[in-house]
Ligand binder design. Sequence first.
Ligand code: SAM
Length: 252
Amino acid sequence: MLKNEANPNISKTTRLPRKRFYRARAHSNPLSDSHFPVPISPSHVDYSLCYPQLFPPSKQVGNSKKIQFADIGCGFGGLLISLSTLFPETLMIGMELRDKVTEYVKERILALRVANPGQYNNVSVVRTNSMKYIPNYFEKGQLSKMFFLFPDPHFKEKNHRRRVISPHLLDEYAYALGVGGIMYTITDVEELGEWMKACLEGHPMFEALTDEELEADLVVKLLSTATEEGQKVARNGGQTFRAVYRRIVPTI
Ligand SMILES: C[S@@+](CC[C@H](N)C(=O)[O-])C[C@H]1O[C@@H](n2cnc3c(N)ncnc32)[C@H](O)[C@@H]1O
């Protein structure tokens, strides 16, 4: 492996990977088959690979910590990087379909770990298709936060089945989230914002946070400010549409 100084993908001044070397197609089709390893169950997720400082291979037994936050379609990883220091005791993971983008996030995390010893050990990223493999990664009720930030809009009606929020996929997210866990969604596409809200509103296992709860939740502010897409929207003076819901036990 090349040293940072010799690796042209890494900036000499910031020591962070440079995005222009990780260019990827704007979109991947989540319904087409991709080829990457998938754990056969949550107990097969290799925590020593994701969090090597916290799960050294020799000491796997004894650390029963599990991933609690999942950023679905994490893109370039801005939210995770902010959450990592805000919740240093929480394990979190980004799930990203595009391979170059996943590589970028991996390099970004590695560089931050080197530059800040003892930090960023709780954050990781995997290349995967979240529409297919959420149950392979998380046990029932394992997660306390899930993020769906600026997801691809898939405007055409025939492509709505590619959207990461749908009534059917909400069943999976409700399974992975513990009772009281929070789903955060945000978009700059009004029609998609209405779609995500309607799906959540119509699902018996989710209820909207109140305005007071949204105001008190530190993470809500990060949805726009810490994500690369949110920053782009802010630069262009665009509007955003948010839906934040709690996993509840349905009333019969
Ligand atoms: C518009 S970007 C938003 C990135 C990031 N959340 C942000 O706000 O900056 C949407 C991301 O979701 C990823 N994505 C789309 N479908 C996915 C899927 N089924 N599984 C995992 N990632 C997916 C895309 O590759 C893309 O990087």
